[in-house]
Design a protein around this ligand. Structure first.
Ligand code: MG
Length: 135
């Protein structure tokens, strides 16, 4: 898959990456920046919500299981205020039932850990295209 996006304004796409595992949040941030976008990181849902509300983000990529506030609650809060911002969820307890729950919670994409880098790159671009944020 060609993961190089044609962006309307690459430097205007700022992605909030959220995971309580340092190595994963760093990897996800590198993936996002490798696509030419900007990223900021948070380590739980509460920190993410504070950053989201105080910042300017075009996408959120979030873990589900995190301390203080989980990714499902974070998604609800993000979508309540900003339904125009896509959310991709990444979860470690993958099963079909969890996937169903996530889809019903307005998530725009869903990946199970461990994920292939090409797969998340493809999903990020597909979701951004769906929201007309990149070509
Ligand atoms: Mg976690």
């Amino acid at each position: 898959m060609n993961a190089t996006p044609m962006s309307k304004a690459l430097d205007c796409i700022n992605v909030l990456v959220v995971d309580d595992q340092d190595c994963l949040v760093d990897l996800l941030s590198d993936i996002v920046e490798g696509l030419g976008f900007s990223s900021e990181v948070a380590h739980d849902g509460q920190e993410a919500l504070e950053k989201f509300q105080g910042g300017n983000f075009q996408m959120v990529i979030t873990d589900i299981k995190m301390p203080r506030m989980d990714g499902i609650q974070l998604t609800k809060m993000v979508k309540r205020d900003r339904p125009d911002v896509p959310v991709i969820a990444i979860t470690g307890f993958g099963n079909e039932e969890a996937g169903e729950d996530l889809r019903s919670e307005q998530m725009d994409g869903f990946l199970e850990k461990p994920f292939r880098i090409a797969k998340i790159e493809g999903m990020i671009c597909e979701v951004l295209r769906g929201y007309n944020l990149i070509y």
